[in-house]
Design a protein. Structure first.
Length: 192
């Protein structure tokens, strides 16, 4: 049986490696930042691998239980990006903008870091609610549905970011895959 503390350390370590590698990949080889998508991807690989190996809990239940923890943790931690001035939104005159800095210029910006944090919190709390309502044994697809929903909403939020994208079709491809995973997960959840 794998101890939860070791799993957490392994998932965080894989997330750190994934976050740094993903940032380097999308920023043209720079290593001076991090990417939350890479963190989620790295942590998800470890969680999925442990679920397959078998920690003594049914695979679907294990994955379902991991999703709210990951999303709620991101919802709490993502606020640091706002305070650090990274991952900033575009300057705006919109009433939705708030004063923030990109470490060079302080102005009214779209608070994309906060939008992402709140999205993660809402999706994480909703997935936890579904798991509690259905019971852990029936909640297998909830992990896939929750991560797909977060990823899909995040692709829309990224359009308000103040940084160039390096791959023209990145958001479209990611959103399409997330939508397909979301639909498939909901179908499996309803049918099961």
């Amino acid at each position: 049986m794998l101890r939860p503390e070791l799993l957490s350390v392994a998932a965080v370590a894989a997330g750190v490696i994934g976050g740094k590698a993903w940032y380097a990949a999308v920023s043209g080889g720079k290593w001076d930042g991090w990417c939350i998508q890479g963190f989620v991807g790295g942590a998800a690989v470890v969680v999925a691998a442990v679920a397959v190996v078998g920690p003594g809990v049914p695979k679907g239940a294990f994955l379902a239980a991991a999703a709210p923890a990951l999303l709620i943790g991101m919802g709490i931690g993502r606020h640091a990006c706002f305070w650090a001035g990274c991952c900033t939104g575009r300057p705006t005159a919109s009433r939705w903008g708030i004063w923030s800095s990109d470490r060079r210029l302080g102005c009214r910006r779209m608070p994309v870091q906060l939008y992402e944090a709140w999205t993660a919190l809402v999706v994480g709390a909703a997935s936890l609610g579904v798991i509690l309502a259905l019971g852990l044994p029936r909640s297998g697809p909830v992990g896939i549905v929750a991560l797909a929903a977060y990823t899909l909403v995040r692709q829309g939020i990224l359009s308000f970011r103040d940084e160039p994208r390096h791959w023209r079709y990145g958001r479209t491809v990611t959103a399409s895959l997330a939508a397909a995973a979301l639909i498939a997960g909901v179908v499996v959840l309803v049918v099961a």
